[in-house]
Design a protein around this ligand. Structure first.
Ligand code: UD1
Ligand code: UDP
Length: 357
């Protein structure tokens, strides 16, 4: 079996590390392709996990339109597939790298395996373009590795062949367990924040920043740590609304181990990220999700996440209650994280061996 794993962004790499390691452990011939969608955010991670790409398509441009990502990968990956001739292409998640890689493989009639299949918000414009990337990738894929039974049910509702769906848990938990053993977290009076989603640019992002500024005023004994995504659309709002507040610290993106250490040391996380909704509960940290919807509804039901929306007053109310009501906080801190047991990658690679090519 010869596989080609294609990833392009920070979360795809973080969540594919366990699969890449397991492929290596089981002696599978793998061509690791990096589209370069995230030029800066991935490279330090390659060094940290000591896994380096065989090919870098190097496509990133400053403030890139989605069409730039999709079209450049589609053309360049096609050429690589002609040379490498893998039996299967493995993609992860819902980025434009994911969709473009799946389509490039489909054009070459190479089967696609989709890791983190079946997540749905059921709103085609939110998250944008991720929701449509997921739907289209699952349609293109021949094998679907769904983290949860809810994800499997979403696929079944769309008419995907049940024989192609395998529930595995989310590989993010495999990665978190790997690094949790290496960190030393000491609890601080700290709130950790991230926000980067395209549908939140402009007004929602202003609400998010104003909510953080107000929370910093209401809770002067708390430190608000915000590693800011390099996207200029994010930075212009954070710079305008959050600089000069003494207990708000805007910093460059943190390397993974530093980020997980800060997360495990924090009281609370405010985010619009996907992966962080799965990681923070692994450390018993409640998450306020600053989005209109979430495809991680298992976390809302399990009581690990609060879906607050993006209105300033709603974000403030959710965070304020968690920071002041200790019984309420404890119910989040003690809830069971529904995203897996840390063995997802083993199940995925075992299944690949059972698929005949
Ligand atoms: C992308 C994914 C999103 C995923 C997110 C994870 C798409 C359309 N979006 O969003 O699904 O949740 O990654 O973080 O696939 N930039 C840099 N250096 C980097 C990375 C980004 O400077 O290493 C800047 C560039 O100006 C770039 C911009 O950020 O053009 C946006 O990057 P892009 O990958 O298009 O979108 P993200 O918002 O990161
Ligand atoms: N992360 C990181 N450093 C940071 C912020 C996030 O290493 O400064 C990690 C985080 O632990 C998670 C992933 O990046 O695993 C989430 O990436 P992001 O929020 O960009 O994407 P999403 O999960 O929304 O697709």
């Amino acid at each position: 079996m010869k596989v080609l794993v294609s990833i392009g962004t920070r979360p795809e790499f973080i969540k594919m590390v366990p699969v890449l390691r397991e492929l290596k452990k089981r002696g599978v011939e793998n061509h690791f392709l990096y589209t370069g969608q995230h030029r800066d955010l991935c490279r330090p991670l390659f060094d940290f996990f000591a896994i380096h790409p065989d090919t870098d398509l190097d496509i990133m441009k400053e403030n890139q339109p989605i069409a730039h990502i999709t079209s450049s990968i589609l053309t360049r990956l096609g050429t690589v597939l002609d040379t490498v001739e893998p039996d299967i292409v493995i993609v992860h998640g819902d980025t434009s790298t994911t969709l473009a890689s799946s389509l490039a493989a489909f054009y070459k009639k190479i089967p696609v395996a989709h890791v983190e299949a079946g997540l749905r918000s059921h709103d085609r414009y939110s998250p944008f373009p991720e929701e449509m990337n997921r739907v289209l990738t699952d349609r293109l894929a021949s094998h679907h590795f769904a983290p949860t039974t809810l994800n499997r049910d979403n696929l079944l509702r769309e008419g995907i062949d049940p024989a192609t769906i395998f529930v595995t848990g989310n590989t993010v938990i495999d990665t978190v367990k790997l690094v949790a053993a290496k960190i030393k977290a000491e609890k601080k009076k700290q709130v950790l924040i991230t926000a980067h989603r395209r549908e939140n640019f402009g007004e929602p992002m202003e609400h998010i920043c104003r909510a953080i500024a107000e929370l910093a005023r209401l809770f002067p004994d708390r430190a608000f740590l915000y590693p800011v995504h390099p996207n200029p659309n994010v930075r212009k709002t954070t710079d305008a609304l959050l600089t000069g507040i003494s207990n708000v610290r805007l910093v460059e993106p943190l390397d993974y181990i530093a980020f997980i250490t800060e997360m495990a040391s924090s009281e609370l996380v405010l985010t619009d990220s996907g992966g962080i909704q799965e990681e923070a509960p692994a450390f018993g940290i409640p998450v306020v999700v600053m989005r209109r919807e979430t495809e991680r509804t298992e976390g809302v039901e399990a009581g690990t996440l609060i879906l607050a929306g993006t209105a300033q007053s709603d974000i403030i109310a959710a965070a304020k209650r968690l920071l002041t009501d200790s019984a309420y906080y404890a119910s989040f801190a003690n809830a069971t994280n529904p995203y897996g047991d840390g063995h997802a990658a083993e199940r995925i690679v075992q299944k690949l061996f059972e698929i005949s090519f």
